[in-house]
Design a protein. Structure first.
Length: 152
């Protein structure tokens, strides 16, 4: 799955000295310009990893409630991982996350997904509830990241 470039006219990331600042990432498939709305919108290996956390159960009565924010959480964090790799870093180099949610209770689901991307100590974190996101009301989470990557 190609996560693509930003849909608007801005940089996905910018290096300033030893830091890489990443623009806020939302779970919108750049090829369709539609928000990720469920487990069918992410790769099989992502669904398997999420199943290991108790998500992507295959039970519609459960998945229908969790799938949008869980799939969007995975998509956003995977995109941040890709941007980090494009700059020569890993998620362990991503030291700060600012996480925005349409519904603050969704943070609990997101936080479990975030554990798939951080084996050790989690990053410094800010969590904010907002009323809306661009490009649509289907977007439930946006994350901006800061990576510390000293030049050698």
């Amino acid at each position: 799955m190609s996560m693509g470039k930003p849909m608007a006219n801005y940089a996905a990331a910018k290096r300033v000295g030893d830091f890489v600042f990443m623009s806020g990432v939302v779970a919108v498939d750049p090829s369709t310009r539609r928000a990720v709305m469920g487990y069918d919108d992410i790769p099989d290996e992502a669904r398997e990893a999420l199943h290991g956390l108790g998500y992507a159960t295959g039970q519609m009565s459960v998945d229908v409630f969790e799938a949008p924010v869980v799939a969007q959480s995975w998509f956003v964090l995977e995109r941040i991982r890709q941007i980090a790799a494009d700059h020569g870093g890993t998620m362990d180099d991503v030291v700060k996350l600012v996480q925005y949610f349409r519904r603050l209770p969704d943070y609990a689901l997101y936080n479990r997904v975030r554990g798939l991307f951080y084996a050790g100590e989690p990053p410094v974190s800010t969590v904010v509830e907002v009323s809306r996101f661009l490009p649509s009301d289907e977007v439930l989470v946006e994350v901006e990241a800061t990576m510390y990557l000293p030049r050698h």
